[in-house]
Design a protein around this ligand. Structure first.
Ligand SMILES: [Zn+2]
Length: 206
């Protein structure tokens, strides 16, 4: 049975004010509840010696990612602003992986993509995991249908055994059912869906 340990990393996706705080510009419904559930996972991971990584959307003030510059999203997570900061309740006990900093789309914690050329390049997360000999990852955070989905699918594609904690994510649901469809897609890609509730398989033994 899977448990946290030195070769099983926890990846916390985008628990930043603009997504997780009700006052954020791209606030995800249920985002603040996710912070509490993720903290529970962070504590278990740390207790088991598992590395924890935190992704952060980290955009310049203008990027083709934003609607005002030709993209689809309201301005969010601009570098060094309140919106880009981690939610104040989040327990931060690991390295941060910033994505989108040069104006790229930054959905996945593993890769960023130039919105005009489509060129992709790695963020450094994979290299960090390989260096630690991590073979399994556990993914949680925001939002199920965007950055969580992209991060988990990339992890599976790169050969990591991947688990998604369904109780520690929430969806944007731009179109109704997007979150559910993302879960189905992740499951079909070989990602294990687990509730991640207290007392389940992710608990620390003893
Ligand atoms: Zn973004």
């Amino acid at each position: 049975m899977l448990r946290y340990g030195p070769t099983t990393a926890l990846i916390v996706v985008d628990l930043q004010n603009d997504f997780a705080d009700p006052a954020g510009s791209l606030s995800v419904r249920g985002g603040e509840e996710v912070v509490g559930r993720v903290n529970d996972q962070v504590q278990r991971a740390v207790a088991a010696g598992a590395p924890v990584f935190y992704t952060q959307d980290w955009h310049p003030a203008s990027t083709p990612h934003f609607a005002k510059d030709g993209g689809i999203w309201p301005v969010h997570c601009v570098a060094d602003t309140w919106g880009a900061d981690f939610h104040p309740n989040l327990i931060v006990a690991g390295e941060s992986v910033r994505k989108g900093r040069d104006g790229e789309d930054g959905y996945s914690g593993f890769t960023v993509r130039d919105p005009t050329t489509g060129d992709e390049r790695p963020t450094g997360l994979e290299a960090s995991l390989r260096q630690l000999r991590v073979t399994e990852v556990v993914v949680c955070g925001l939002a199920t249908d965007y950055c969580v989905r992209a991060t988990a699918l990339d992890a599976a594609r790169l050969g990591f055994r991947a688990t998604l904690l369904t109780d520690a994510v929430a969806a944007v649901d731009l179109a109704s059912g997007d979150g559910e469809r993302a879960l189905t897609e992740m499951s079909a890609a070989g990602i294990t869906l687990e509730p991640g509730a207290p007392g389940d398989a992710w608990g620390v033994p003893g």
